[in-house]
Design a binder for this molecule. Structure first.
Ligand code: NAD
Ligand code: DAU
Length: 351
């Protein structure tokens, strides 16, 4: 088979990466999709069982921290484009172990940039290095205003500082070596395959198991939520039609205070589980705040809509209902992830 492109997607076994890999594999049989992932605690190949036997899909168990291995992957699979999602992604973990974030998010990204620069060797025509980043690099907002593409960077957590640094290195490789880069910064994602230590899947799991729902601080922190499949379609659009060396903010103009979101989740879960109204809300427990907790995030997604015509396909109510249905229909996935059994899958499948 002659493929038009050989696209390396990093972090494809993670939450967002698995949706991007699935979308690209199914939508573009003319592209070969190479999923590179180190399979950390957050990487789960069970997220991709529906496409793992497609002829245009390949998995490589490779760590961003191994530059020789990265160089070999680019050469072996004649990589023409990179969509870089692999990262340490959990703010709370970054507070406990900041160096893991420096290694993977900063050094890992520089290793990948360097490998692409060396392999492509100045032959940049038709190629792209697309770096997936976060709105957290912009810091925190007060009660009003939005993050735009020109908002100055002001990260507060080790996670956001490491992502900000990786964005700077991507731009530095464009400015210094002409690497054909592009960046997008997205708001909070939710949806199927979300690792159950982030707010929404953790609380869904705790409601199912009737465990406390730990709300940090006063619960009045605000996040801007986007359905993960809509992030994947935005990545598709930016990859194909975004302007080189440019930046796009991705979001759905969908702000929720944590406590309001948690109450909505409790109400929907009571309905879906056939429990008396108000039962799950009794599990809400206010706990010690996250240090350096950003008060509010809100993305201005005007540019991607105006320039590339992208908009979310579902409302929050639809996306949240789909997400809850997915978790309720996939309790074995949830149990395997929470018990750690999923980590055996790779060994069995790829022995
Ligand atoms: P995730 O934690 O679910 O997945 C990360 C993936 O990267 C995992 O499969 C993991 O095994 C892999 N990985 C980690 N370290 C690696 C290494 N050293 N080498 C190779 N692979 C490694 O993350 P996610 O939530 O899917 O986020 C994906 C990307 O999107 C990240 O870059 C993140 O910063 C960004 N992002 C996430 C959100 C969100 O709400 N989750 C929002 C905006 C941007
Ligand atoms: O904004 C984009 C970012 O969104 C991504 O870059 C990150 O990778 C992603 O993890 C997410 O970061 P947050 O810190 O916003 O997500 P998290 O789900 O950890 O927390 C969402 C909000 O809920 C935040 O205000 C903290 C709060 N929270 C979280 C947990 C896990 C709680 O109140 N209780 C909890 O137990």
């Amino acid at each position: 088979m002659h493929y038009q492109k050989h696209i390396l997607i990093t972090g494809g076994a993670g939450f967002i990466g698995s949706h991007v890999v699935r979308l690209f594999v199914n939508r573009y049989p003319q592209y070969r999709i190479v999923n590179l992932d180190a399979l950390t605690y957050a990487g789960n190949l069970e997220n991709l069982t529906d496409i793992e036997n497609q002829p245009n899909y390949v998995f490589t168990h490779t760590n961003l921290l191994n530059p020789q291995a990265l160089a070999a992957v680019l050469e072996q699979f004649t990589i023409t484009d990179v969509v870089h999602l692999a990262a340490e992604s959990h703010v709370d973990r970054s507070i406990l172990s900041p160096l893991d974030f420096v290694y993977t998010n900063i050094i890992g990204t520089v290793n990948l940039l360097q490998a692409a620069k060396v392999y492509w060797n100045g032959q940049y025509e038709g190629k792209r290095f697309y770096h997936i980043s976060t709105d957290e690099v912009y810091g925190a907002l007060g009660d009003t205003g939005f993050f735009t593409e020109t908002t100055p960077y002001q990260p507060h957590s080790p996670y956001s500082a490491s992502k900000a640094s990786s964005d700077h290195f991507v731009r530095a490789y464009a400015d210094t070596y002409g690497l054909p880069t592009i960046i997008s910064n997205c708001s909070n994602n939710y949806g199927p395959f979300h690792f159950p230590e982030k707010l929404i899947p953790l609380f869904i799991n705790n409601i199912i198991e009737r465990k406390p729902l730990p709300v940090y601080g006063d619960g009045l922190y605000t996040r801007d939520w986007l359905f993960v499949k809509d992030h994947a379609t935005a990545i598709d659009v930016v990859f194909h039609r975004g302007k080189l060396h440019d930046t796009y903010n991705i979001g759905g103009f969908n702000e929720w205070r944590n406590i309001d979101l948690v109450k909505l989740l409790c109400q929907l879960m009571d309905e879906k589980l056939g429990r008396p109204a108000g039962e799950s809300a009794e599990l809400i427990t206010y706990v010690k705040d996250r240090p350096g907790h950003d008060r509010r995030y809100a993305i201005d997604a005007t540019k991607i809509n105006a320039e590339l015509g992208w908009a979310p396909s579902v409302t929050f109510e639809e996306g949240l209902a789909q997400t809850i249905d997915w978790y309720l229909a996939n309790t074995p996935w949830l149990q395997r992830v929470t018990s750690g059994v999923y980590q055996q899958y790779y060994k069995t499948q790829y022995a």
